[in-house]
Design a binder for this molecule. Structure first.
Ligand code: NCD
Length: 308
């Protein structure tokens, strides 16, 4: 694997290898400390980010690589002066051995890849995809359910613009007998192409109009925020999709609540102390999975060069 642009680029074997390596990174095996010393990695972010950028930057430093970073490239970088993404990539690749890109255009990472001479990781592209989040989400599923096959998951909220949901769907579809229950805010339904993707991979998609239509023994509830920054009409009511203690009370002892975060009000804070609320632990899985991802890509890309 030499880049990560779209989730469907990952095979099941690559994904499984990344999980095994993530487990090792989680245990902080000495071997990986400073394993990327001498490499420099750039984070180039045109959209706001806390978790994704900081977890990538922490992972980079834990591996001993150097970091160069722009946190608001849209406003403070050369884009403000009219530079194209392609030109910016051509410049940064002279400074860094890998570029981690977040951008507001869905095809940004594909465009970057076309001109890049260093590996590119898509860390969020418009309302399209966010593969590193999908990776950490499935790693979390694997931690709590052991087996990824036979997983049922309710995806809730903004299924139209939530790029983390899109990547999660594609990665889960690599496994057997996956069932999705989609409960969206009206007008923010899962786009048809994703429903077709699910069905063409022998997984199932059921549309739910209410919390009560989600089976009480579903394995995971994956809640998402309305992506207001991408919406012209911001007047969507989230009342119906808010998950609180009362609505969660009918779910099983083995139903876990996930969220890519940040949340607005769609998960009530009264659920934070419930042991089935795993969204903060999920966010922390960003470190080992990103360490594994960066290490694997650098190793593969530079295998005949530098110190590999
Ligand atoms: C998500 C994103 O940026 O798509 N955040 C993240 O990376 N964890 C989800 C969101 O912003 O709603």
């Amino acid at each position: 694997m030499k880049n990560l642009i779209n989730s469907q680029d990952l095979t099941k074997i690559e994904l499984e290898k990344l999980f095994v390596l993530s487990d090792k990174m989680n245990k902080r095996q000495k071997k990986y400390d400073d394993s990327l010393k001498g490499f420099v990695i750039a984070t180039l972010f045109y959209e706001p980010s806390t978790r994704t950028r900081l977890s990538f930057e922490s992972a980079i430093q834990k591996l001993g690589a150097g970091l160069i970073s722009t946190e608001n490239a849209k406003e403070s970088g050369s884009a403000k002066k009219g530079e194209t993404l392609e030109d910016t990539i051509k410049i940064i690749q002279g400074y860094a051995d890998m570029i981690i890109l977040r951008h507001f255009d869905n095809d940004s990472s594909d465009r970057a890849l076309k001109v890049a001479s260093v590996p590119i990781i898509n860390a969020g592209a418009g309302n399209g995809e966010h593969p590193p989040q999908g990776l950490l989400d499935i790693y979390t599923i694997r931690q709590y359910k052991k087996e990824i096959n036979n997983t049922s998951i309710a995806i809730i909220g903004d299924l139209k613009n939530g790029r983390t949901v899109h990547s999660l769907i594609k990665l889960l579809c690599l496994y057997e007998n996956i069932t999705f229950y989609g409960f969206s805010v009206k007008g923010l339904e899962l786009p048809k192409n994703y429903i077709e993707y699910i069905e063409s991979h022998n997984a199932k998609y059921f549309i739910c109009k209410d919390f009560s239509e989600i089976p009480s023994d579903v394995n995971f509830i994956y809640q998402t925020r309305i992506q207001t920054e991408r919406l012209e009409n911001k007047n969507f009511s989230i009342e119906d999709i808010i998950l609180n203690k009362e609505r969660f009370s009918r779910f099983s002892e083995n139903t876990y609540i996930m969220h890519p975060l940040p949340r607005t009000n769609e998960i009530s804070t009264d659920l934070d102390d419930d042991k089935r609320s795993i969204y903060f632990k999920q966010a922390h899985n960003g470190i080992p999975t990103k360490m594994a991802l960066i290490y694997s890509i650098i190793k593969d890309f530079y295998k005949n060069k530098k110190h590999f």
